[in-house]
Design a protein around this ligand. Sequence first.
Ligand code: NAD
Ligand code: DAU
Length: 357
Amino acid sequence: MTDTLLNVDRHLLITGGCGFIGSNFVRFIRAQRPAWRITNLDSLTEAGNLQNLADVAVGEHYRFIKGNICDRALVERLIDECTDIVHLAAETHVDRSIMDAGPFVQTNVVGTQTILDAALKVFKARSSGRLVFASTDEVYGSLPLDTMSERFTEDSPLRPNNPYSASKAAADMMVRAYHETFALDCVVTRCCNNFGPNQFPEKVIPLFVTNLLEGHSVPLYGDGKNVRDWIHVEDYCSALLAVLERGHSGATYNVGANNERSNLELTHELLRLLGCGPEMVRHVPDRLGHDLRYAIDAGKLECELGWQAERSAWPAALERTVKWYQDNESWWRAVKSGAYKDYYKRQYGLFEGESGE
Ligand code: NAD
Ligand code: DAU
């Protein structure tokens, strides 16, 4: 593909742009493709936060629309005004999906189908337009801990084990179906665990870092032996841009950083970075259906598109992330004192010494 085609001006519809990955992706596109326009469609669930974009949400190249991806008329109008879609909006927390799967089916499955139907109508009429869908490595299910060389490839069977990953797998298969049935131009990414700035502190890294900064203990599930592959969010943003511009239509790409750690290793690294001792770890009952290990082979993305994870190496990337939370205390204190607090109380009970008022 020529540079001229790669640099063509676009108007992206980014769904979920006020969340963790979405806000980092908006910032990444503003820096890497300053001529592009962005429409950010987000319904502002508790994970969505306008503060995440306070520094970049200015100027005529950016527009925020508060709305739901299940609103067909709105979605169709916005797609009609844009050239391509990067669909990130979702219910994303596994523990919440175990408490109530309903919103996960509604947003992740019905919302994605709404976007697919609207994209089909608009893009087909126009004969152009690409949809990039953020699926997840969780759709493959879990690997055992005794064969650490095994990894999922894009051809591995989908065996999701929790309501969140099942809803993402359903959406992922709907995207595939719209490509196969209607030749809609779609590309799917299946990425591992992201970390970085602006992550909602229900996810393990920002939860543990902010708890330790507050002087609270950290709730480690089960024996802590579960393994995740950690990628810095900017590396995932560069993968999303690569597949948008150069990915093969209808293809699926794994995105991973080859950076596997057990939760115990992660916890001890965070304790070390924050100068805390092992007494700050609170062992709590395991997550139901807790997947043991996620590990994916990102060779296809590396070979076909020349993508590399460049910003994920530990300990430097983790140190930078911890520093971001140290430097942005007002951001996470505001988030933690909102609706999040009720969730935390339901999930774990109160911290020692807290009144709950
Ligand atoms: P997040 O929970 O931080 O943000 C999700 C955003 O979507 C929020 O801003 C929220 O307000 C918005 N949203 C939710 N429901 C909506 C609806 N019905 N209509 C409009 N907006 C809605 O999530 P994240 O961690 O940034 O994940 C983004 C995407 O990447 C998701 O699709 C997720 O499945 C996928 N993904 C995440 C990771 C990860 O490690 N975080 C890894 C792989 C894939
Ligand atoms: O793998 C990609 C997925 O990563 C994304 O698709 C999901 O949207 C994202 O939430 C994330 O899922 P995980 O369940 O892996 O992330 P979480 O941060 O919730 O948990 C990471 C690990 O830490 C997991 O093994 C459970 C453990 N954990 C988590 C929390 C919140 C704890 O031990 N204690 C906790 O309090």
